[in-house]
Design a protein around this ligand. Sequence first.
Ligand code: PLP
Length: 399
Amino acid sequence: ELSLSDRSNAVAPSVTLAVDAKAKAMKAAGIDVIRYGAGEPNFPTPERIAKVASQAALDPKNHKYTPTAGLPELREAIAKKTLRDSGYEITPQQVIVTNGGKQAVYESFQLLINPGDEVIIPTPYWVTYPEAVKLAGGTPVFVVADSDHGFIPTVEQIEAARTEHTKAIIINSPNNPTGSVWPAETLRQIGEWALEHGVWVISDEIYEHLVYDGAKTAHIGTLVPQLRDQLLVLNGVAKTYAMTGWRLGWLIASERVIKAASKMQGHITGNVDDVAQRAAIEALNGPLDAAATMREAFDKRRHAIVDALNAIPGVACRLPEGAFYAFADVHELLGKPLGPKGTVSQTSVELAQNLLDEARVAAVPGEGFGMPGFMRFSYALADEDLAEGMRRFKAWVEA
Ligand code: PLP
């Protein structure tokens, strides 16, 4: 057998996608599974956005390559939106449009990291970060913050992880998988720490509009304006406008960084789909009403799922302030006979498998986020499904 690259062999498969794939396969086989695995809103893209796209698709002038960094009107709309929502002032030349926030994550590390460079990743983390760092030849350095600290690391912990090889830190608030919203004070301290030590900061703000109870998302670039030359901000339309499938995100940085990004992207994907870009212009220039509707629905489900999880013996879950995930502590369920068959799970991966096989409930084990002993439940699913899955989980544990 001919060999594949070390690089491709080193990538860990996505646990999130693995759970979802198995749940989908069970569903296809006629087994009714409640799926808390997927990271996407169960809402359609607002019609006004889809309509603009369908019109645009019929116009031949939209069937061609666009500039690699994106349509000028879209880069303009992103700059305006960033000022409106984050108070962060940028020019359109500081924006590159990418195939989802995911490509912006990948390109960030490709832009900054040399082999041997270290990237600090607050843990629990989004599954893609360590793999994207490794694909760039870098070394992820994990700084773990537990549930008692709201899953938010202190700047002292971050400083303790710094070495002469530290090149960057990636932060994500509101957070996937924990739903934590990081206080302005923490962001300001991290920004000042990065300035002092010459560390790049990558800020993933994809869940910015999904916050509850009046929680405020602060912006590190607004809090520490001197950081701008070493700050990369990534975002996209996926979560705010229920547009996960459209694959449209962006990266904001200094013009120097964006020029380098365009050069690279020109050899990777070129521009993002023209029609999706026009849909994004409509999304960003229009109202945030869809996000408000989703926020209201998610807020109710947030309380429903956290109450239901905490009512299950051996499960503990803090109330998240943002995103659409509940990150539950399941340590007490490990090593014990559970379910009608008395099945014992030694790890949260095994627990997730057994819960899926025996109770037909799919959730993602904490191992995927660097936090064994936890499970992530997405509550972006229908109210009835949410309630039914929790009934199944509780009945299984209490059997
Ligand atoms: N960042 C975080 C934390 C996410 O959870 C996701 C999607 O799940 C993304 C970025 C990327 O989203 P997309 O590539 O769909 O724009």
